[in-house]
Design a protein around this ligand. Sequence first.
Ligand SMILES: Nc1ncnc2c1ncn2[C@@H]1O[C@H](COP(=O)(O)OP(=O)(O)OP(=O)(O)O)[C@@H](O)[C@H]1O
Length: 218
Amino acid sequence: MFLFRTFVTKVYAFKIAMSELTPRPIVLSGPSGTGKSTLIKKLMNEFKEYFGFTISHTTRKARPGEKHGQDYYFTNREAMEEAVSRNEFIETAEYSGNLYGTSKKAVEDVLSKQKICILDIDMQGVKNVKQTNLKPRYIFIKPPSMEALEERLRGRETETDESIQKRLCSAKAELEYALTGAYDVMIINDDLEIAYEELKGFLSQDISNLQKQKFKKH
Ligand SMILES: Nc1ncnc2c1ncn2[C@@H]1O[C@H](COP(=O)(O)OP(=O)(O)OP(=O)(O)O)[C@@H](O)[C@H]1O
């Protein structure tokens, strides 16, 4: 039996001065295990001077290999709730008993460097960001099938059976939401290299604009 994921989400007023030169942020969303982090890592490796990743806060425990300040800001509930009450977050979501959120500072840090800000957020986060003035471009990363998604989640060896079932259940809702036209583009991550080329193709204009700007400065 599928367990339904219960969310308690909040969105906060977010206004940031975005000049014409500030590149539009991008949102990468899609079911857990679909390959968002893998694609972002490839993008950052190839174009690290043009992209900046917003590092989310979470109260969940770090998985082996994850680094504080690199994969997430690992924190505890009390500290995070205090920061939220100081209005320091754009959005927060509660999932499986843990809080997740994107701080304003994480976004501002990237925008202030005139880099394309990447937000890796779930459907609820997407709905929340749509209520801010960030005006990102929305990219949905779709798994080739539910079977492949399950295989990837199992292969990652980070999930229990219960959490895999929850993630697969959430994946269905995410796919349904994507079909409502909430995203500017949908990329199927079957063959990783093909998916990556599609992602780069979608971002090629933004990348070349930044390349021109940097060239002018030198
Ligand atoms: N095209 C692909 N083919 C096969 N395996 C892939 C592909 N893309 C990613 N993977 C693998 O699938 C697993 C899940 O990928 P990843 O952690 O990037 O997903 P995610 O969408 O970022 O998940 P989460 O939202 O839970 O952080 C990883 O083990 C990754 O190596």
